[in-house]
Write a protein that binds this ligand. Structure first.
Ligand SMILES: *[C@@H]1O[C@H](CO)[C@@H](O)[C@H](O)[C@H]1NC(C)=O
Ligand SMILES: *[C@@H]1O[C@H](CO)[C@@H](O)[C@H](O)[C@H]1NC(C)=O
Ligand SMILES: *[C@@H]1O[C@H](CO)[C@@H](O)[C@H](O)[C@H]1NC(C)=O
Length: 357
């Protein structure tokens, strides 16, 4: 190695040392709080959040899509819910390797992302979160009703009830990207408050703000085990805006943010994963930079979080799926599978695989 390379390596090592020690400090300071960031789990969950964008419903329902092939292998969908009019998609299933029920929500289509982002700048807190007396707990009406006032909620609750009958009180992990992250948070709160689920964790990617300070505190008391991953200059976590001079009046994030950002230069760039403070609005995390990137919004941990075809809200399915399908009067589709038998099938399949290898 020549002198220059040595210098680069030395600088790189300093950066690594500096950032790891800083992260350790942060972790130690916050050790009393429930939400613990687990990198391995994040890299798994981001694949679930990516797969829910798949528009070929046959590949998705049978978990054979190209995005279903890596760290999420063996996942069994119990219920896949598609709200055709509003272009919403969610699934509930069982991940045996995580020993958990996984619920994932899709975000806005890439083709309408620009408009959606522009709208978010001006969005007011426009609905009281129901069931809370006294405190002005307000949220974003659009996000709230995407989960609560569509075919998504009954589909998800039904699947969770069925899974719990079979598996008992196993962990429930709720995830989603972008608006799907907002829906994931409303879903987790719903499961906690209305279904009495105890064992819920949430990890969202590039999630917008969804409620005011009173909501953030209401939420985090009930779903403390929540990680909100933000990436570089991703614009969406900056929206709708937070005005620190009017902290009670405006939108506010709930904790705990984990901010991914690149450090270094040239060929020596690596990603820091900064575990942020418990305020939800840590000024030294994503708020320390301007939110000006859409491309940072569409890729987390190197995984694409958008549809493959940006041709709007298209769905594809073949007739093989008809046996699992129910349609409601609005044309929404739910694919549902009897899990007690599919669990058996899964075990048979995996042992056959073992033999043929
Ligand atoms: C992180 O998550 C992975 C995957 O669920 C798990 O195997 C591992 O034990 C977890 N690590 C810690 C320190 O909890
Ligand atoms: C739910 O949807 C119905 C019909 O689309 C609408 O009339 C109602 O106002 C909505 N409620 C909320 C709380 O958004
Ligand atoms: C939560 O889920 C984990 C994993 O399934 C399980 O080991 C644990 O007992 C559950 N905890 C509670 C309080 O139900």
């Amino acid at each position: 190695m020549d002198g220059k390379t040595w210098l680069k390596v030395a600088i790189f090592l300093c950066l690594v040392a500096f950032s790891t020690s800083r992260e350790l400090n942060v972790k130690a300071k916050n050790k009393h709080h429930a939400a613990i960031y687990n990198h391995t789990l994040a890299t798994i969950l981001v694949e679930y959040a990516s797969a829910v964008y798949v528009s070929d419903l046959t590949e998705l329902f049978t978990w054979t899509c190209s995005r279903c092939n890596d760290l999420t292998k063996g996942f069994q969908i119990i219920e896949l819910i598609v709200d055709v009019q509003r272009c919403l998609q969610a699934y509930v299933g069982v991940a045996q390797n995580l020993n958990a029920i996984v619920i994932a929500f899709r975000g806005t289509q890439e083709s309408s992302l620009q408009n959606w982002i522009e709208d978010l700048y001006w969005k007011q807190l426009d609905i009281d979160y129901p069931g809370v007396e006294g405190a002005m707990v307000r949220v974003h009406h659009g996000f709230y009703s995407s989960y609560h006032n569509t075919t998504i909620r009954p589909g998800v609750l039904n699947a969770v009830k069925r899974a719990k009958e079979l598996y008992g009180d196993i962990q429930i992990i709720v995830t989603g990207h972008s608006m799907g992250g907002a829906m994931a948070a409303f879903c987790a709160l719903d499961l906690r408050v209305h279904l009495g689920c105890q064992n819920i964790s949430v990890m969202t990617f590039g999630q917008p703000r969804i409620g005011n300070a009173a909501f953030a505190s209401y939420y985090s008391k009930r779903v403390p085990n929540t990680i909100r991953v933000t990436n570089g200059h991703d614009i969406v976590p900056h929206l709708p805006p937070y005005y620190r001079y009017f902290p009670q009046k405006t939108y506010r994030h709930f904790p705990r943010e984990v901010w991914l950002y690149d450090l270094g230069f040239g060929s020596l760039v690596y990603t820091v994963e900064k575990v942020c403070d418990n305020s939800g609005e840590d000024p030294s995390c994503s708020r320390s930079v301007s939110g000006n990137s859409i491309s940072d919004h569409l890729r987390y941990y190197g995984v694409k979080l958008a549809c493959d075809v940006s041709a709007g809200c298209r769905i594809v399915m073949d007739n093989g799926l008809a046996a699992y399908r129910t349609l409601d009067s609005d044309g929404n589709v739910i694919f549902s599978r009897d899990i007690s038998s599919s669990v058996l099938r899964m075990n048979v399949e995996s042992s056959e695989e073992g033999r043929s290898v």
